[in-house]
Structures are given as C-alpha cells and as structure tokens.
Ligand binder design. Structure first.
Ligand SMILES: C[S@@+](CC[C@H](N)C(=O)[O-])C[C@H]1O[C@@H](n2cnc3c(N)ncnc32)[C@H](O)[C@@H]1O
Length: 306
C-alpha cells in the first residue's frame, strides 16, 4: 500500500517534470553553479533597452541613457496599441521579460483576492467610500479592481509601463507616468497606495526621497499613504532559496516566475533589501506612522503626511 502510494507520487512528479520541461525557459541562466550564472536585465526607465549584465557576485550596471518621459494619460483597451514611454507617436511595445514573469506569477483573480485581504487587514474598510485614491506603481491595475470591489469609486492608477497599464480593464483612469514626479495637483488626493513599487526605484535614497516628497505634496492634510514592500524576513530568505532550486522551478511555474522576476530586478531589489534603516527613517521623515508591521516577507506601513 505504502509502496503503491510512493510509486504513484513518483509518477506524478515525473509527469510534472516532463510537462514542465516543455515550457520554454526564458533565459538560459544556469551554468550549474548557483552563484555564477549571468543574467541580462531591462530598464524600468525606458522599458526594453538592456543597459548591462549582472551576476550575483559581480554586479555591473550602466545608467539609462534616455531622458525621463513626459506623463501620458491613457484610457485602456486591452488590445489597443499603447503609447510608448519616452517615444513619440503610437507603437506596439515589445514584451519585457520581467513583465512576462510578473504576469505569470499570479492570475489576476489570485492577485485581486490577495489585495482585498491586504487592504482589509490594513484598515481600508474604514476609509470613506468617496475618498480619492491613487494606486501608484499600479502595474496591470489589480489593486484598483480590489479597491473597486471594496466599494471605492474615485480611483486612479499611475505606472511607468504602458504595456501593463494597457492590460487594465477596470473603470479607473490610469496614467503612464513616473511616480517620482506625480501628475497631480498639491493636496488633491486622500489616499496613495504603493504595493511592490518602491523597490523598483533605481537610486536610493534620492529616488525614494523624491517619491515620498511628491506623495506628501499630493496628499490632503488628513490623507494617508499605504506601502507594502518586500522586506528581508526569514520567510523571504527561505522563499528565495527555494525558488532558486532548479527542480522546484521545473515543478512550479510560480516559483520559476518569482526567480525570474528577482533575477531581472536584482540590482534595485538588493539595494532595497539591504537598506532597511534608511528606508524606515525616510518614511518617517515624510509620514507619521499609523501602522507598521513586518510579516511574510513584507513591510506594511500606513502613515499620514507630516
Ligand atoms: C512589482 S510591480 C507592482 C505592480 C502592482 N503594484 C502589483 O502589486 O501588482 C512594480 C511596478 O512598478 C512600475 N514602476 C517601476 N518604476 C516606476 C516609476 N518610477 N514610476 C512608476 N511606476 C514604476 C513597473 O512598471 C511595475 O509595474
């Protein structure tokens, strides 16, 4: 009986390994030794161009040669061509490998459920339903859908990626813009939310300070910010360790997506995870904490503007 169960489990594993080996690998990264593999990464400033190569032990990086984009507002159609950041005219944008991994990490429905749980835990149900809320670094906008399902209607999103914004199918107005220079008037919004965006900023502390200063400028006096960002807790270290195991990546599309995303954002991600004191001090410089917690590899911060 035990033997039969073990055999059946082994068959399942072999079948899954067999199937997953049919999935094309995005990058041929591995040399066989975990810390020697080389990756290329794409730029979040101009989207697409490769400015450098990186390895975990020997990081090399070149600054983006392009000028930062003017912000461009867009009401999305999933299939419509989108306006490229830093370009003129309309163009169809080539896929970005980090974005491709991000899109397969979770289904939209999984992500929306996660966001709803998070928003409730961090007190969103107490906010007035007519609050003007902006999801910054909104990506494909599932945070906006979560807010909509909680009953909020005055919603906007901002993200640097026209490709991700083009996937948003909700009614909120989304703008392609840089969160270091927000396209909003002073004291015009009630709540600003960032979920997993700040760790993409290229240069700390300057870009973080600039983003926080912009958020403080845009928030009404009694407004609030909510940040949920990766944090180096034992859980996060374990999750990354597991996601880097080759067999785990073959068995789990989600783990492979996590490892691929991490590899592509390794410079900013490492910069973020290794500066916890500076990040917390900067957050306190601009916002009075109302709630702060660290759990499941995340920093959760809610604050009001100083
Ligand atoms: C990890 S995704 C988070 C997306 C979304 N908040 C979520 O949790 O699904 C990070 C996002 O930040 C965007 N981003 C990176 N730098 C940015 C910047 N300077 N201004 C605006 N968006 C930026 C990227 O395009 C990407 O969509």
């Amino acid at each position: 009986m035990v033997f039969e169960s073990a055999l059946s489990a082994l068959r399942t594993i072999l079948r899954r390994v067999g199937n997953s080996s049919l999935i094309p690998r995005r990058l041929k990264r591995y040399t066989g030794r975990g810390h020697l593999h080389f990756i290329t990464f794409s730029c979040y400033q101009c989207h697409g161009a490769l400015h450098g190569t990186a390895s975990y032990g020997n990081l090399r990086w070149a600054a983006c040669p392009r000028k930062m984009p003017e912000s461009q507002t867009q009401n999305q159609q999933a299939s419509a061509p989108v306006v490229g950041v830093g370009t003129t005219g309309t163009q169809t944008l080539a896929p970005d490998p980090w974005e491709a991994a991000y899109l397969r990490f979770e289904t939209p429905e999984e992500e929306i459920r996660k966001f709803i749980g998070r928003l409730k835990r961090l007190g969103a149900e107490q906010w007035p339903r007519d609050a003007e809320i902006v999801e910054l670094f909104c990506g494909r906008g599932n945070g906006l859908i979560a807010l909509q399902r909680l009953g909020f209607a005055r919603l906007e999103g901002v993200d640097l990626s026209p490709r991700l914004i083009a996937q948003f199918k909700g009614s909120a107005k989304c703008t392609v813009a840089d969160c270091r220079k927000l396209p909003f008037a002073d004291r015009s919004k009630d709540v600003l939310i960032v979920q997993g965006g700040l760790h993409h900023l290229p240069t700390l502390p300057d870009d973080l300070e600039q983003s926080f200063a912009e958020m403080q400028r845009v928030l009404r006096k009694d407004g609030r910010v909510m940040f949920v960002e990766p944090w180096r807790t034992p859980f996060l270290t374990l999750a990354h360790f597991i996601s880097e195991i080759s067999l785990v990546r073959r068995l789990s599309n989600k783990m492979d997506a996590l490892a691929t995303m991490t590899a592509h954002e390794i410079r900013t991600y490492t910069q973020w995870l290794t500066n916890p004191d500076m990040i917390r001090a900067l957050a306190r410089k601009y916002f009075v904490p109302v709630h702060e917690s660290f759990a499941w590899g995340k920093w959760n911060f809610v604050g009001t503007p100083r």
